[in-house]
Design a protein around this ligand. Structure first.
Ligand SMILES: Nc1nc2c(ncn2[C@@H]2O[C@H](COP(=O)(O)OP(=O)(O)OP(=O)(O)O)[C@@H](O)[C@H]2O)c(=O)[nH]1
Ligand SMILES: [Mg+2]
Length: 632
């Protein structure tokens, strides 16, 4: 059955003219050099593709997809677009030339990308004698020491004469059997490496499916840009298929998008799942051959088929020494869709050479992440899945982490996030779709209690604070706030009546008649304008005792609802505000005002006019000059 067939992507690597393309053609029958210019110049310019099916020892077929890369140093960026999705590498070294600069650079790239398996092929064996071949073999063994290819097969092959090809196929089957199977049940991501139009089909994109499954008729999101496209048709290794699964060379016929809107470097993924970023926290390794990397250096960043310029903000100091590793933040010129675990390559800004690479740890760093990079990044880099989730939730504090955000940050399916969260019982809590650390939740409870107490202190005559006001004050999400209230209610630390929250120990200080009295006083003054009643008359009409009435007045004065301008004269704030405006307007007519004019202007008697003018003097609205007031 087709679906059971294991797919493995094999990439070539090696110096220009060392026989990579010839080897792919000798193995598969397909010339990976498809461009006219490539055929004319006899060199590879862009990545090329071919495939081969071989029976595995168990009897089932093994499907090998080949990505052939150019060796020319000017086309390393094309090489990088091809090498991102490969499972095993054929390191091609011509027996008549041995190790050359791009042998080293391509191999460095393979190591930085964390490629685990491969075979070294000494090509053009027909051009050298036995002794030369043995010398080259020794050189190569030396070169591979300490790398993932140490101990892996080194085979001599002549693509021209056909020598060594059968043995190479056997070793390919062997090596392919040991490659790590990509996760077909994960969330799909397809980095686009080619875009073209096929007559009768329309727009087609190709790429190596990194993870997941893409089926015909599925809707996908294109990054960057978040545009939606529909998969009209699927081809796998050149054959029409119902779906493509992780690790397969995949071609998609897309509806809803034109060739001009697509480019190498874009990524297809499920809809409404991921976000792009311009800031990515990473583990970074600098090659021993590189120059020291300065903090804030500009570099070229390559990740899968994407390429952009990035600024490297080092977390560990002012510079990174050759051969050293450290944590850093990459600030990219273009938005990128990256996930933890993704590998990348850095090339020097100028001259352009490969200087290092690393692994994405966090493509959703919080602002000011540098402060806790030292504690967080080691966990993200080396922790177990539950430890990573716990750290991601903890850093969100009382806001918590929504499940959808957890998926976007980790790249894990929601079911996996939920399973990991469940395994963290006691450390993580879940309310609705929000995860929150137990520690942050306890803190939120303490702060909520304190905020309620504080409200009571500041508003002794109000029964309680409204839920919404309290939530806003605390800055909690509705889910977390609801859970906090519920917990405090259960522990009998808070009491809730309708929309009002109060301390549980607090009796209802605020009785109906008190509220009514407060309203009565306010209204008595706000309705009177400047012709205010005597305070004691207003208080005498209230339904509360004298002491309580006095307390209410004190509060109204403290809150500046009422303003006392002399021992027995109290005004509403709004009346005084209007008075200021009127006096200021009068200035247009005259710069000065006497008591008589003031009485005319305001309609108040002398009894009120004098204290009011004195008040205005104090407030520096007016200044006394003899019997007159100058309006300031
Ligand atoms: N004698 C001999 N010549 C070979 C062999 N393999 C390749 N060649 C020749 O070497 C030249 C370069 O081969 P390619 O396969 O194009 O080399 P390449 O590594 O793909 O080169 P780039 O893609 O440009 O980096 C061609 O002229 C091939 O015919 C071989 O096994 N024996
Ligand atoms: Mg080639």
């Amino acid at each position: 059955m087709m679906a059971a067939m294991k797919s493995v992507i094999v990439g070539t690597a090696g110096h220009i003219d060392h026989g990579k393309s010839a080897l792919v053609k000798a193995l598969t029958g397909t010339d990976p050099d498809r461009l006219e210019e490539e055929k004319r110049r006899g060199i590879t310019i862009d990545i090329g593709f071919a495939h081969l099916e071989l029976p595995s020892p168990g009897g089932e077929m093994l499907r090998l997809g080949f990505v052939d890369v150019p060796g020319h140093e000017r086309f390393v960026r094309n090489m990088l677009a091809g090498v991102g999705g490969i499972d095993l590498v054929l390191l091609v070294i011509a027996a008549d030339e041995s190790i050359k600069p791009q042998t080293r650079e391509h191999f460095d790239i393979c190591r930085l990308l964390g490629i685990q398996r491969g075979i070294t092929v000494l090509t053009k064996s027909d051009l050298v004698d036995r002794d030369t071949l043995e010398v080259v073999r020794l050189e190569v063994e030396d070169f591979l020491q300490g790398s993932f290819l140490e101990g892996a097969p080194i085979l001599a092959v002549s693509s021209r004469a056909g020598a060594g090809l059968e043995e190479l196929k056997r070793e390919l089957v062997q090596a392919a059997g040991g490659t790590h199977q990509r996760d077909a049940s994960a969330l799909a991501r397809l980095p686009i490496d080619r875009v073209f139009v096929m007559k009768g089909f329309g727009t087609v994109v190709t790429g190596t499916l990194l993870a997941g499954t893409i089926a015909k008729e599925e809707e996908l999101e294109l990054f960057p840009g978040r545009r939606r496209v529909r998969v009209r048709g699927v081809q796998v290794h050149g054959q029409p298929a119902e779906r493509a699964t992780a690790g397969q060379r995949t071609a998609l016929n897309l509806a809803g998008v034109s060739k001009e809107e697509l480019a190498r470097g874009m990524m297809l993924a499920p809809t409404n799942t991921f976000r792009t970023t311009r800031r990515t926290d990473v583990s970074l390794a600098l090659l021993p051959s590189a120059r020291p990397l300065k903090d804030r250096a500009r570099v070229h960043l390559h990740a899968y088929t994407a390429e952009t310029v990035a600024e490297v903000v080092l977390y560990g100091g002012k510079q990174l020494a050759p051969g050293q590793s450290g944590f850093a933040q990459l600030r990219t010129a273009e938005p990128m869709l990256l996930l933890p675990g993704d590998r990348f390559i850095l090339r020097q800004f100028s001259p352009v050479v490969t200087i290092g690479g690393g692994t994405v740890r966090d493509a959703a760093p919080l602002a000011g992440a540098k402060a806790n990079a030292e504690t967080l990044l080691p966990v993200l880099a080396n922790g177990t899945a539950p430890e990573i989730l716990a750290a991601r939730v903890a850093r969100r504090g009382q806001a918590g982490l929504a499940l959808g955000d957890a998926v976007a940050e980790t790249g894990w399916r929601q079911a996996l996030v939920e399973a990991q969260a469940a395994s963290l019982q006691g450390k993580l809590l879940r309310f609705g779709d929000v995860l929150i650390a137990q520690e942050a939740f306890s803190q939120a409870q303490r702060e909520t209690l304190a905020a309620v107490e504080e409200f009571h202190r500041a508003n002794p005559l109000v029964a309680g604070i409204s839920k919404e006001e309290l939530r806003e004050k605390l800055g909690l999400s509705p889910e977390v706030f609801g859970a906090v209230l519920e917990a405090l209610l259960r522990e009998k630390k808070l009491a809730i009546t309708g929309e009002q929250v109060r301390s549980a120990g607090r009796s209802l200080v605020f009785k109906d008649e008190e509220a009514e009295s407060k309203r009565t006083i306010e209204q008595a003054f706000s309705g009177a304008g400047l012709k205010v009643p005597a305070l004691k008359d207003v208080l005498a009409g209230l339904r509360v005792d004298k002491a309580t009435a006095q307390k209410i007045v004190t509060l109204l004065l403290r809150d500046k609802v009422l303003v006392k301008i002399s021992d027995d004269l109290v005004f509403h704030r709004r009346a005084l505000e209007e008075l200021r405006q009127r006096v200021n307007a009068y200035k247009a007519k005259s710069a000065k005002i006497g008591v008589a004019e003031f009485k005319d202007l305001t309609g108040v008697s002398r009894k009120y006019a004098i204290p009011l003018l004195e008040y205005l003097d104090r407030e520096r609205v007016t200044r006394r000059v003899g019997d007159q007031r100058e309006i300031l």
